[in-house]
Design a protein around this ligand. Structure first.
Ligand code: NAP
Length: 484
């Protein structure tokens, strides 16, 4: 089954930071793939803007190189690429200066959907927002897209929200979290709210615990000095993992509508329990096989920043009281995998007293690799010799189930950019959500900063520090294996 392409209206999309890494790896290849899929209307234009002085031909050559590097060969056709490049303009602009704005204004067509992607450092968001207004480029219908990190604590997130709010209404602001653009994440909502099967069991009476794992095999490498100011909590937990937790834990929204969904997510964040230091394990990877350790990668031998974190959090509401959520994420772990696993409780009474092999039902939702869901259920082990139980998966790999292997499933960035053009904010974070997430995060970070404890060392290629095992062991539970 080939995915259905829903047309969008003609647009002018400005990419600030068009010469940067994100634009090169994600934004331009993604836009090209949407163009290939027939989703970029013929008169639409993409205007790159950055500080570098660059002729249009040179900029288009850069975009071409990024398409060649990041788009699969079956979607590359010289004539189509030329057509795509023909829609691209370039404006040299300094976010903090006055040059280039008149040219940008001239490139924008009145009456068209106008969107501005701020793919630049957050310190420039205010300058861009203010100048878009000062030069009469933004209108009441314009949309702006802002990237993570959205603040580094509650105070800076509030300041950033206030800066944007001075020039744009909330309905115009699209705070991107690319995890929300993943097919599986949206499928989580479909599975929960389009089926009768799961929702009656989706509560503390029937769910024992939830594990959310985002494991990476890479270290912080070249971004060490940037990463060292952030750490796993700020880089992954406060945003991406928080969003995943919200989608699992939220009440059914009354409609699949931006504010209805975001209202429900906000209620979850507000119900999160504070997390004590005894419910957190932080780690730093050591060196192995001649590879540098975290401290070397970070360029900071005294660093107390974590490249790994595991924590346990409860949700104080009627649905979830008593069901812990365990979150862990880290660099240089055994495998690259992102997974949500929902472990159900035991049946209230077993009629198979002495049947060996019983294990809990688990709904495992894989975000990568191989997006899909697996529901582990018990059946009788085939053959004679009495009742023996065996756990088997009811596999719901989306690509396989839909016959869509090799079909054109857009990646997260592509989908989200098209949602901006459609004016659909459902998969974007609202300002109050981001602030609530920081309000929960800040005291946790303050707690370990006050304690001044070193993160625990862990060897690359493992599942993290030993102490993280204890976080679950002492509750009589175990982490799932980290594997691809
Ligand atoms: P980057 O590679 O450093 O690129 C920064 C871009 O901003 C360049 O195009 C640069 O233009 C432009 N720029 C810098 N100062 C400017 C100014 N005063 N006026 C106008 N343009 C200016 O950064 P990036 O990695 O693409 O990241 C962009 C944003 O996305 C950041 O907020 C980052 O945190 C976020 N983000 C990035 C990734 C990623 O994978 N890269 C992932 C998630 C979020 P010149 O080069 O021409 O000076």
């Amino acid at each position: 089954m080939v995915s259905r392409v829903i047309p969008v209206d003609t647009f002018d999309l400005v990419i600030f930071g068009a010469t940067g890494d994100l634009a090169r790896r994600k934004i331009f290849p993604g836009l090209y793939r949407r163009f290939w899929a027939g989703q970029v209307p013929p008169d639409s234009r993409i205007i790159g803007a950055a500080r570098s002085a660059m002729a249009l031909a040179e900029f288009r050559a850069q975009v071409l190189a990024s398409i060649e590097e990041f788009v699969s060969p079956d979607k590359r056709d010289a004539a189509r690429i030329d057509e795509f490049l023909g829609r691209i303009a370039y404006v040299q602009i300094d976010a903090t200066g006055s040059g280039g704005w008149a040219q940008l204004k001239a490139e924008m067509r009145p009456g068209m959907i106008g969107a501005f992607y701020f793919s630049v450092a957050p310190s420039l968001f205010g300058d861009l927002a203010e100048r878009l207004h000062r030069h009469g480029i933004a209108t009441a219908e314009s949309r702006i897209v802002v990237e993570k990190p959205f603040g580094r604590d509650l105070a800076s997130a509030r300041a950033l929200n206030a800066t944007l709010a001075a020039h744009f209404a909330e309905r115009q602001i699209y705070r991107i979290d690319h995890y929300l653009g993943k097919e599986t994440v949206q499928n989580l909502m479909a599975v929960r709210f389009a089926n009768i099967l799961f929702e009656p069991l989706w509560n503390a009476q029937h769910i024992d615990h939830v594990q959310i794992t985002v494991a990476e095999t890479v270290g912080v490498g070249g971004r060490g000095s940037y990463y060292d100011k952030s750490g796993a909590m700020r880089d992954m937990v406060q945003n991406h993992m928080m969003q995943l937790l919200c989608l699992i834990a939220m009440e059914p929204p009354y409609h699949f509508d931006p504010n209805a969904v975001r209202d429900e997510k906000l209620k979850v964040i507000r119900a999160l329990d504070p997390v004590g230091q005894d419910q957190i394990v932080r780690g730093q990877y050591t060196s192995a096989s001649g590879q540098p350790d975290y401290l070397t990668d970070a360029g900071n031998p005294e660093s107390l920043t974590e490249s790994y974190i595991a924590l346990k959090v409860g949700i104080s509401n009627w649905r979830w009281k008593g069901t812990p959520f365990y979150l862990r994420t880290g660099k240089k772990l055994r495998a690259r995998t992102s997974e949500i696993a929902i472990t159900f409780r035991e049946p209230p009474h077993s009629i198979f007293d002495d049947a060996p092999g019983w294990r809990e039902n688990v709904l495992a939702i894989r975000l990568q690799p191989n997006e899909g869901m697996n529901l582990m259920v018990m059946i009788k082990e085939p053959g004679p010799g009495g009742m023996r139980l065996v756990q088997v998966p009811l596999d719901m790999s989306f690509a396989k189930a839909l016959g869509a292997e090799g079909a054109d499933i857009p990646d997260a960035y592509e989908r989200l950019i098209m949602d901006v053009i459609r004016g659909n904010q459902t998969l974007f974070m609202r300002g109050d959500e981001v602030e609530a997430a920081w309000a929960w995060t800040d005291p946790i970070i303050a707690g370990w900063e006050a304690a001044g404890r070193r993160p625990k060392p862990y060897d690359p290629g493992t599942s993290g520090p030993e102490d993280a095992l204890m976080l679950l062991h002492r509750d009589g539970r175990r982490w799932r294996e980290i594997k691809e």
